[in-house]
Structure formats: C-alpha cells, structure tokens
Design a protein around this ligand. Structure first.
Ligand code: WT7
Length: 683
C-alpha cells in the first residue's frame, strides 16, 4: 500500500484523538494489518480470547474454499468451539465485567419527551424471560423466528432471546409490505412471528399488527400456517402501566391511545402476558461457532430476495472488533447509530457489535426531521453522543435545511462521525465534516454489505488520513483486489470489479436453503474470489473508491433494490404487458426508480393507472420501492435477440442524448418516441 503522496488533498486524522486510541497512527494500522494477514490465527485468536467459550477454539482456526472450480464453497471459522453470543453480550458483561448497572440503551421515542433507559442487567433479565417464553412456545435450536417490529427495546430483546436459545431470527424491516413479510416467512419457514400493535413514524400511524395479519393470511393461503404470533403492546403500552410515558401535552397524549388491535385468539398472544410469569433465568443453548445465528434478506438481482445467513462465532468476533476499532470505542462513549435494526447495520452496529463491547447506545424510534429538522442534534445533545453513525441519504436530507438547525445545538460531545450505505458525494462529506463535526471529528466512511457482516473497507478514526468520498483501506484480515473483465488482478491505480481474496470471520456462509445461489451470486464470475457486485477505483495513494453497483441493483437511500423485483411487481398489474426499471439520480435518496411500462392492448395510460401502479409496487415490496417516475412506453429499445437495453433507458430518463452505440437496437424509432414522452418531474 502506497503512502499518501505529499501535498495531496487529505484530511489528516485529528491528533487529539490519537491519545488513548486503539490504533493511534497509520503506521500502527499497517503493522496490525500486516499481522492480521501473516498470523491470522493469532490475530483473531487474541480477539476471540476476550469472549467466553464453553469449548475453546482449537484445531484448525479457519478452513475454506473460495474456488468453485475446486469444489463447493465453504467457510468455517473456529468450527468445533462452542459458545453463546447472547451470553457474551449480556451475562459476560454483567457478571464478569460488572457492567450490570451500565446503560445498554437510551431509548428515544418518536415523540420528544418519550424516552426510557435500560441497563445491561435489566436487558439480561428481559432477554432471559422472553427466551423462556420462546422455549415454552416450542421454539428450538435451529428454528426460524420472524420479527416484524418498530424500533423498540423489545426488538433487541426478541433477537437476543432467539440467539440465546439457538433459534435463528429473521428480522423484516417494519417498512416492508405484507407481501414481502409473507415471502420472507415462507422462504425460511418461520414457525413464529413477533410484532407490535402499532407505532408512529413521524405523525403517521402505522398499524403494524394489521399488516402482519395480512401477511399471515397470505401464508395461510399458501398452506403454510404459522402457529403463533406474539404481539408487543407498544402504542397501547400506557394502558398497562401507570404514569410516565403518556404525558398531558397533545403529542404525548396520543401515545395513550389503545389502537384497536385485530386479534385471533387461536394464534395471537400478548407479549406482556407471556413474560409476566416467566423466569428471569435461562440457561443458554451452547452453539457451535459455525451454527447459524440469523437470516436477513437482501435484494438479489433475480428479483427474489436472498436469505443471507451469518453464523455465531465469526460474526461475533468480527462485529465486536470492527465496532471497537472503527469507532475507536471507549467505555465512556455514548454511541448512536441511526439505522433501523431491520437492516444489517442495525444488526451489526446497533445490537451485536456495541453490546459485545459493553457500549452505551441510543436506540431511536423516530425520524430525522420529526417534529423538526434539528431533532438529530437535539438528541446528540440530550445524551451527549460521542460517536454518531448515519447514512449519506440522511446527511443530504439534513443539508437541504442549511446550517442553522445544526448550529443551534452544541454537539460538543461528538468525536467521531460515520457513514454507510452508499457512496457519499464529496459535497455531503464536506458538509458533514465542517458543519456537523466542526472539522474536529473524523468521518469513517465504512464500506460493507449485508453479506460481509461488518466493515470491510474503512478508515480508522485516529489513524487514517481521509479523502472525501473514499472508504480508504481494508479492515484487518480483509484483502481486496480489483479485477478487469477477464478476471485479471489490476495493480496500482486501477478501476474494475471489487473482489475479496480470502474470508474474514464475518462473511456470510450461505443463502438460506439455497447454497447454489450463494455460489453463483458471489463466486462464479471470478473463481477464487468473493465478488461484491460493486465497481471500485484505486488511486495512486492506494485509496479505494466505490463507484457503485455493476449489476441490476440500485441503491435507494442506502438500501439495495433489484430492478427485476420492481419490474415483476409492475407486470403483476393486469394492464401491464412489460416493464423496465432503471436507476435515476436523486438529490436526497442517491438513486430512485424510473419505470417504463408497456400496456396490454386496450388499456390506456392515465393518471389513475399510474397511481395504481405506484401503489402496486408499494404493496408488493414496501414504501421504500415507491417509483418516482412511471413513463408510458409504447415500445422498449431492445437488441435483436430481445434483450432490453437499459443503458439507453437510463439516458432517456436523464434526457441525455449521448446514447453511445445504438447500432444493435432492433427498432431505433422507439427511442425518439420515448424521449418525447419523458416524465419531466417526479410526482
Ligand atoms: C451495498 C450494500 C452495509 C450496510 C448498508 C447497506 C453500498 C454500502 C457503502 C460505502 C459506497 C456503499 C454498496 C454495497 N455501500 N456502504 N461506504 N460507500 N457504497 O447494506 O443493503 O447490503 O448494501 O451498499 O453498493 O454493495 P446492503
């Protein structure tokens, strides 16, 4: 790795942070990086030693095959060792580290003024009680439990209770539709669903139980009945306890409302009734390091979501180590990750990584601009947040409102800022750095994926000189390479496919129920490498820059969607014959959906139809996939063999007539027609 050349536009790591930092300099990073590659067993073994193992890791620490031409792909870290991740996150911190009274989470509700705290020992008790409930409901090691919940403490309790008894949680983001939830329940054959009555997102009431019921009905229609649905009384919580949360002022008062919750006495159980008499002690299930910990669905380019599977031991040590080093975590920190637990960021860096380090975190139920655009910074001040982790889309959104809403709060507590989810444009990076962090806080631009389990390319805050928009260098144990179209590794300054040459402990192990899809998606294109699907550039100083997806995926507000998934939702409508969806630049979301639809004979393209199509996509996938543009396309540009030429559609969407080579378009007349009928504005 080349040293940054002198005089380069680098933002040095702030010297004040180096004192007491886990990795205080670039030289220290390099030394440790070298060791992680030369002595992986010792390097990861030292990290593993900080945890409790029922049976110590021994024998071969890592076994793997990354080469499809040599046999099945597999990755095994510390196989044969046994442990329990929940025990390590809670019991070990409470009993061994004496952190029982330390705050695990400051819960901040959607409404300012609605908040609670939960300590490590209280969290342990609640997790044990709920783990006992799950066992009493017949949930066993290896079973899958679907979780569809808002950002409340019970969500963390539910996931850790699963981990405690060796059941796999499959968390579905509460913004996904009934259809998406049903599809995910069926794919991994979940036997139990955990949800909540309802919650507010900003001033919008979401009756979650009702959506969950629709999903369960769809499951029944497909002959896959799920036995039990456990429901947290969240909005109606006030009816259960006296005083506190409800409040007299109008916004808090509405939290008292007991939303009518649809109920099926044969299936539904109230969480509070089940835990009432459950014991606060619960023997953990001792699991092999390679036992499955959870499934989390991510979009796949075929349109069918993939159940990404992570395992106990490797995921534990990797999320713990990345959290410690990337946020330079110290015991007195207050850490806040704004991601929803329904995404991998919330799994790795709101739950597993922070709790493994005995950290104190903020768990925020609400939205960045509700009730006003300075909510984030008022929370930073309220809890004296030191480390703050968010997404470029949130930064761009807040940037729109100028500096004043930020500056009216102190933010003096902040030390490190982080970003994740998509490439951050230098303009947003600089605003985050100058306005939010007052040029005092380094920004860790962390590149990773649901599949990687944790950070793979990232700066370390006290060590790495930053370049706005670059995820900089690999984390310990991670070996990136850039390949050309033929699969040749490119040296020095280069641009091409980003791949990884060897496994790190947190890499996914399989696609749930479909190992072949795992092999095809990530290992087939370039045998011997894990293929990320991202394009990447390495500059003369060895810095890595992610250039975006190179497959049919698009990144809306930091979350991947596949164009195929949206197309199939559109074609599901009776009047649509064919649909093609492309990614289109969006000032806040990064990318958005621009859809071209061809209608069946006899159907007319009206505003009403456009609304129906938009709703259809929301219903099938969820609000995150709501198309910004839907254009009528009497014909689509295709090759002679019938392949839709998306690169041309992307140019049409942008009204850019630089079309490149159009000699292979079967019917060039459709192109000018589509240009004429472009949608000028999003609706
Ligand atoms: C894709 C993974 C990992 C948690 C959030 C998204 C893009 C992610 C960065 C970054 C540039 C980034 C990539 C990646 N991405 N972080 N720092 N710079 N691009 O998880 O939904 O699995 O998406 O997000 O395209 O492949 P995900």
């Amino acid at each position: 790795m080349a040293l940054p050349a002198e005089g380069d536009a680098l933002f040095p790591a702030p010297p004040s942070l180096a004192r007491g930092a886990h990795v205080p300099s670039l030289a220290a990073y390099r030394e440790r990086y070298r060791r992680s590659l030369e002595e992986p067993q010792e390097f990861w073994g030292d990290i593993a030693k900080e945890f409790y193992w029922r049976t110590q890791p021994s024998g071969s620490f890592l076994k793997y095959n990354f080469d499809v031409t040599k046999g099945p792909i597999f990755i095994e870290w510390m196989k044969g060792a046994t442990t329990n991740i929940c025990y390590n996150l809670l019991d070990r911190n409470v009993n061994e580290k004496k952190l029982g009274d330390k705050i695990a989470f400051y819960w901040e509700g959607n409404e300012p003024g609605d908040s609670t705290v939960i300590s490590y020992s209280e969290l342990l008790h609640q997790v044990c009680q709920f783990a006992n409930v799950l066992r009493a409901q017949g949930v066993k090691k290896g079973d899958r439990v679907s979780i569809y919940m808002p950002m409340i403490v019970e969500l963390v309790v539910a996931m850790l209770a699963c981990a405690r008894i060796g059941a796999l949680h499959s968390i579905v983001f509460a913004g996904f539709s009934a259809e998406s939830l049903c599809e995910r329940i069926l794919d991994s054959n979940c036997s139990l669903l955990i949800t909540a009555d309802a919650f507010y997102r900003g001033d919008k009431l979401i009756n979650l139980k009702q959506i969950a019921d629709e999903a369960l009905q769809k499951c029944r229609d497909k002959d896959a009945p799920l036995r039990t649905c456990i429901v947290v009384k969240h909005l109606g919580r006030e009816a259960l306890v006296s005083g506190g949360r409800c409040g007299k002022s109008p916004p808090l008062k509405r939290l008292c409302q007991d939303v009518p919750t649809p109920w099926d006495a044969g299936v539904d159980r109230w969480w509070h009734e089940l835990v009432k008499d459950a014991s606060k002690e619960c023997e953990p299930e001792w699991c092999d390091a390679e036992d499955e910990l959870f499934v989390l669905y991510t979009s796949g380019s075929t349109g069918k979501p993939k159940g990404v599977v992570h395992t106990v031991g490797g995921y534990m040590i990797f999320t713990a180590a990345t959290f410690k080093y990337v946020f330079d975590h110290h015991p007195e920190d207050v850490y806040w990750c704004t991601a929803d637990i329904g995404w991998i960021t919330g799994h790795s860096y709101l739950t597993y990584g922070p709790l493994a380090n005995g950290a104190t975190s903020v768990l925020f139920e609400g939205l960045p601009i509700y009730p006003d655009v300075s909510r984030m910074w008022s929370i930073v001040d309220k809890y004296q947040v030191t480390k703050f982790y968010t997404a470029p889309t949130a930064i761009r959104l807040l940037m729109k409102f100028g500096d004043e809403p930020v500056k009216k709060h102190s933010r003096k507590s902040l030390k490190v800022l982080g970003t994740v989810g998509e490439p951050i444009n230098p303009e947003a990076w600089l605003w985050y750095y100058r306005v939010v962090g007052e040029e005092r806080c380094p920004i860790v631009d962390t590149f990773w994926q649901t599949e990687t389990g944790g950070h793979v390319l990232t700066p370390l805050p006290a060590a790495t000189p930053m370049k706005p928009g670059s995820a900089t260098f690999p984390f310990f144990g991670v070996v990136p390479a850039i390949l050309d179209e033929c699969g040749e590794e490119l040296e020095g300054e280069a641009e091409g496919y980003l791949v990884f040459k060897q496994p790190w402990p947190g890499i996914m192990r399989t696609v749930y129920g479909n190992h072949e899809r795992f092999e095809t998606t990530y290992f087939k294109k370039f045998p011997g490498y894990y293929v990320t699907g991202d394009g990447c550039k390495r500059d003369k100083d060895g810095y890595y820059w992610i250039t975006g997806r190179i497959d049919d995926m698009l990144n809306v507000s930091g979350h991947l969607l596949s164009t195929a998934e949206v197309e199939s939702a559109l074609v599901g409508h009776a009047s649509v014959a064919e649909a093609a969806v492309v990614s289109h630049p969006h000032p806040v979301k990064g990318e958005c959906l621009y859809c071209f639809v061809t209608l069946r004979d006899g159907h007319e393209f009206t505003k009403a139809l456009r609304d129906e199509l938009r709703n259809q996509v929301r219903e099938k996938i969820g609000p995150i996939a709501t198309p910004d543009y839907i254009q009528h396309a009497p014909g689509l540009p295709k090759t002679r063999s019938g392949k839709i030429m998306r690169r041309i559609l992307r140019q049409i969407a942008k009204n850019d007539r630089e079309l490149g080579d159009t000699s292979t378009v079967a019917d060039p007349a459709v192109i000018s027609q589509l240009f004429q009928q472009r949608c000028e504005a999003a609706e």
